[in-house]
Design a protein around this ligand. Structure first.
Ligand code: AGP
Length: 605
């Protein structure tokens, strides 16, 4: 996801733009840039492929500054990472500068128009087309208001976007408009700022204004105006950002990912507190609806939490359908949804476009939506009928860790309350989570054993992760984490399915990760381990017994976490998966905090 920042003040703001971009550094990006107005009738830009440090070097050699400016960290969608494709993009007369997050779906139509006007693009981006489109409009409407510019653009473009515009003929005013991509602002005396990420604004104020879809804002050092795309004044959403902003600190760890894995126990305890503070509302929310179907909805690792929830519902023998759906499919091929459907949306960022689209569809069909979100004030946090904080704290590493543990336990809480919407049920879940937090601490203390496993698998480009029942979700997370953190291909598979074809891929020495957290199917999974062992594979077995099981330990590399019972033991194994993929990534010298090609929040389809 790209990062957008802007500021306008009664003083120079060049340093503000860089500081704000540094708060977005964790997201993963491939280039960065700023533009400022420092007088005259032209806006100046400095931009550079690569990390923010590269842009700072450019600024050191050739500084720009001014009382108003915009900035951007780019995660390429249209056009390769390059200096030319970096944002901001300027109009030919340098009278307009623009940054953009999202995708303009009809940018080819707009290319035809600007080329007909004799404009030659200098980049491959859809964003540059926007700046020329605005510039052509302003050439005929030089004194256009912010509302007129927003209205004109909203009629011209289709897609998901957060756009920030600065113009030389009204430099102190910066315009921001959003549709399906986040945009927030603060407006104080003498300074106002816009950002796609609340963390960039907290240095100015913790009272943040969040734009809703179809809204725009015009900021100046003396105030702001929020309005709909049609120009009608409207209200943004006020959010108080009360979380610590320790994001930029690794606190002595080599990587954010390792720091955040170490925070898994405290994050889980914080989820318990957060859920407890919403307990009455949760009980009432679940009791209020005649629920005939539940749909867990998410993407990526968050979707695996839904998989666990759907299987745990079977384990609890819920007399209703409980599905686990991923956002990108659901929004275009949804199951039947009506007012007897409860959707449970799970998201760390709260800005995942595929999940947002699916939630909006479900709501249009009458479903009620409960969400568990880590980022307060995010789109999903605001879109749903009820939202509970995952409370994992700021998560910087792109591979999600502490938030995933909380996502998994959030879905099991919903299942517990669907099965028995009582205080006793809530108390049992809370007790299980607290025991799980202690077990995770013990697993982290055994990190060296897991690092040894990593050394054994780091050279194997292909592996499998096997699970049955409640363990399948752990296998899914194991596989994804090895791919995204260590760039090792690992295929998740139902253990019972392995013999129906994929067993043919097993070669001597192939690592196969086997999860034995679900007691109901443990004996069956052991059979699968024996099958693969007989064919020369190297099983890595994650067990959950009161004492090590020598017969199972003899089948391969063995790691026995505590026997917490379902579903807690299966979730405890996630910490093993996180540490294993972290150490494998270190051995393979990957960027474990910002893996290639990935972004922390995928706000485009
Ligand atoms: C997690 O390690 C992944 N980076 C990714 O799959 C993530 O879980 C997914 O993109 C969903 O993100 P969200 O939780 O912010 O919605």
């Amino acid at each position: 996801m790209c990062g957008i920042v802007a500021a306008t003040a009664t003083r120079n703001i060049g340093g503000d733009l860089i500081r704000m971009l540094r708060c977005l550094d964790y997201r993963g990006y491939d280039s960065a840039g700023i533009s400022t107005f420092s007088g005259g009738n032209a806006i100046e830009v400095r931009k550079k492929q690569g990390p923010l440090a590269g842009l700072e070097e450019v600024l050191g050699e050739s500084p720009i500054d001014g009382h108003a400016g915009i900035g951007h960290t780019r995660w390429a969608t249209h056009g390769v990472p390059s200096d030319e494709n970096a944002h901001p993009h300027l109009s030919e007369d340098c009278g307009v500068s623009i940054v953009h997050n999202g995708i303009i779906e009809n940018y080819r139509e707009l290319i035809t128009e600007i080329e007909a006007a004799g404009i030659k693009r200098v980049s491959e981006t859809d964003t540059e087309v926007l700046v020329h489109t605005i510039s052509l409009f302003l050439a005929k409407n030089g004194d256009a208001t912010a509302q007129q510019i927003v209205w004109y653009l909203s009629q011209k473009i289709r897609g998901a976007f957060a756009i920030v515009i600065q113009r030389a003929n009204k430099p102190e005013e910066i315009i921001g408009m959003r549709y399906q991509c986040p945009m927030n602002f603060v407006s104080l005396s003498g300074i106002a700022a816009i950002s796609s990420d609340i963390s960039s604004l907290i240095e100015y104020s913790r009272d943040i204004e969040v734009l809703k879809d179809g809204q725009a804002v015009a900021i100046t050092p003396n105030g702001h105006a929020v309005f709909d795309f049609n120009g009608t004044p409207s209200e943004s959403v006020k959010v108080h950002a009360d979380w610590p902003i320790d994001k930029v600190a690794k606190d002595g760890f080599d990587h954010f990912l390792r720091k955040e894995i170490s925070q898994e126990p405290e994050a889980l305890r914080a989820l318990v507190k957060s859920a407890r503070s919403s307990a009455d509302e949760l009980h009432a929310f679940i009791a209020a609806q005649d629920i005939k179907k539940v749909i867990f909805l998410a993407c990526g690792s968050a979707a695996f939490a839904g998989t666990l929830g759907s299987f745990y519902a079977r384990h609890k023998k819920l007399p209703i359908d409980v599905l686990s759906e991923i956002g990108s499919e659901f929004r275009y091929l949804p199951p039947y949804v009506d007012d007897k459907t409860l959707m449970v949306a799970v998201s760390q960022s709260g800005e995942t476009a595929d999940s947002i689209g699916a939630i909006e569809h479900a709501k249009s069909q009458g479903a009620r939506v409960l969400s568990f979100v880590n980022v307060v004030g995010s789109t999903i946090d605001r879109l749903c009928d009820m939202s509970v904080r995952l409370a994992a704290g700021p998560e910087v590493a792109v591979p999600s860790s502490k938030a995933v543990i909380n996502q998994f336990m959030a879905t099991t809480l919903v299942v517990e309350l669907l099965a028995d919407n009582s205080e006793a049920s809530f108390d049992a879940w809370e007790k299980g989570c607290l025991a799980l937090a202690d077990t995770i601490e013990n697993i982290i203390a055994r990190e060296d054993e897991i690092a040894d496993f990593a050394a054994k698998i780091a050279g194997h480009q292909s592996s499998f992760a096997l699970g049955r029942g409640l363990d399948f979700a752990s296998a899914l997370e194991m596989a994804l984490k090895l791919k995204e953190t260590a760039y090792l291909h690992c295929e998740p598979m139902f253990a019972g399915e392995f013999k129906h074809g994929s067993l043919s891929l097993v070669e001597y020495g192939m690592p196969i990760f086997c999860f034995l957290g679900d007691p109901a199917v443990r004996h069956k999974s052991i059979t699968a381990i024996e099958e693969i062992k007989a064919r020369g594979a190297h099983p890595f077995i994650f067990d959950a017994q009161d004492r090590d099981d020598p017969d199972v330990a003899a089948l391969g590399h063995y790691f026995n976490a505590a026997n917490l019972g379902p579903p807690y033991s299966s979730v405890a194994h996630l910490t093993v998966a996180h540490l294993l993929s972290y150490h494998a990534g270190l051995l393979r010298n990957t960027d474990v905090d910002r893996p290639r090609n990935l972004a922390k929040s995928v706000t485009v389809e």
